[in-house]
Design a protein around this ligand. Structure first.
Ligand code: TPP
Ligand code: MG
Length: 378
């Protein structure tokens, strides 16, 4: 696998757990403490431009159908969530609703590198991940509405998308809670010898909790086939990472456990895909886990009720200039894989899928009263 599209990495030997020292591959200016946000985004973009040529080559070598499907999933996620915001404001969705707009390259780049039998677990920011894993937009939208046609019959809502059949294990509201559960899922796969890999997503604010450190320690010690994906969108609610964490460099934390790790540009879907493929290879070979710090930015508030007065419009704009969908489209166009006509068709298909999902959710009934005590565990 060409190591073209990711930015810098510090990767430990796949044979780790035996006392091998982690291999360090240089400083990481993009992670430098003290650098302003604007300086960091410019550094990451400069690195992106540096690897662009090899990225275009990588695109030309990748199956065209897959590339199209990747773009479709990103566009579908974006249009779906824009619609979520719209219908939320109309009062059709109640309760918490955390949008993923700006982070689509992370779910698509990583999850579309998996086999369908592999497992995924994530936080409450879960609508797009659920659809990439194969849940229909109808079943996700109806779940958001709290309707019977939802993937968990309207009893979970926005934060608790779930499908055992599709190996999608939620949708968790307790920050960091899924890191322990995901580690357990990887343990179960290893114990049963199923060959499944687990992708465990969490935000950067979860990294300050004990469960992150305990889980990574166990995963490396017992060689659990788990890929920990820290979606670093740089904010935990209204608190910036800078104000809450002593270091900006999350990938490096894995070195404390001698675990393989990489820092990845989360606006570059191909970089995410390639880093995940390397992690999957390690996991399938001997169960070795990996920590990927994938840095992106959420374009919307923490949730629909976020007034957003902790960051400036200029900051948001700066990151929107690196919109992952636009970057991917530009690369696909430049490598002559897809044309403007193809993009229009993809947009159209996504809009139709979202309209269909809304119609389904509108028409789906609320759960019957008799459902009140089913599927309830305490
Ligand atoms: C254990 C726990 N503490 C606090 C909260 C309240 N809370 C909900 S989301 C959130 C921020 C989490 O940020 P991050 O992990 O970076 O994920 P993001 O929302 O950015 O995707 C907090 C503190 C919670 N849900 N669980
Ligand atoms: Mg965050």
């Amino acid at each position: 696998m060409a190591k073209t599209a990711t930015s810098r990495k510090t990767e430990t030997s796949a044979k780790n757990g035996t006392g091998t020292k982690p291999k360090k591959t240089g400083a990481k200016p993009e992670n430098a403490n003290g650098a302003s946000d604007f300086a960091v985004v410019e550094m990451v973009h400069a690195e992106y431009l540096n690897r662009r040529k090899s990225q275009l080559e990588q695109i030309r070598k990748t199956d065209k159908k897959l590339l199209r499907a990747m773009l479709y999933q990103m566009v579908l996620g974006r249009r779906f969530e824009e619609k979520c915001a719209e219908v939320y404001r109309m009062g059709k969705i109640g309760g918490f609703c955390h949008l993923y707009i700006g982070q689509e390259a992370i779910a698509v780049g990583s999850m579309m590198a998996l086999k369908p039998s592999d497992m995924v677990i994530t936080s409450y920011r879960d609508h797009v991940q659920a659809m990439v894993k194969g849940l229909s937009p109808e079943s996700v939208m109806a779940e958001l509405y709290g309707k019977e046609g939802g993937c968990v019959k309207g009893k979970g809502g926005s934060m608790h998308m779930f499908s055992k059949e599709l190996e999608f294990y939620g949708g968790h509201g307790i920050v960091g809670g899924q890191i322990g559960v995901g580690t357990g899922m990887a343990y179960a796969a290893k114990y049963k010898g199923t060959g499944q890999v687990t992708l465990c997503f969490f935000g950067e604010a979860a990294v300050n909790q004990g469960i992150f450190h305990e889980s990574l320690n166990m995963a490396q010690l017992w060689k659990l086939p788990c890929i920990y994906i820290c979606e670093n969108n740089q904010y935990g609610m209204g608190t910036s990472q800078e104000r809450a964490m002593s270091t900006r460099n999350i990938a490096k934390k894995a070195e404390a456990f001698e675990m393989a790790n990489e820092f990845v540009d989360g606006m570059d879907v191909m970089a995410v895909r390639e880093a995940t493929l390397r992690a999957i290879e390690r996991a399938r070979k001997d169960g070795s886990p990996t920590l990927l710090e994938i840095r992106a930015y959420r374009f919307m508030g923490h949730s629909m009720s976020d007034p957003g007065n902790y960051r400036t419009r200029d900051e948001i704009k700066k990151y929107q200039e690196r919109d992952p969908i636009v970057l991917f489209k530009d690369s696909l166009k430049e490598s002559k894989v897809l044309s403007d006509r193809d993009f229009e068709k993809i947009e159209q298909e996504a809009i139709e899928a979202v309209d269909k999902a809304v119609k389904f959710a509108d028409e789906s009934p609320y759960p019957a009263e008799s459902e009140l005590w089913t599927d309830v565990y305490a």
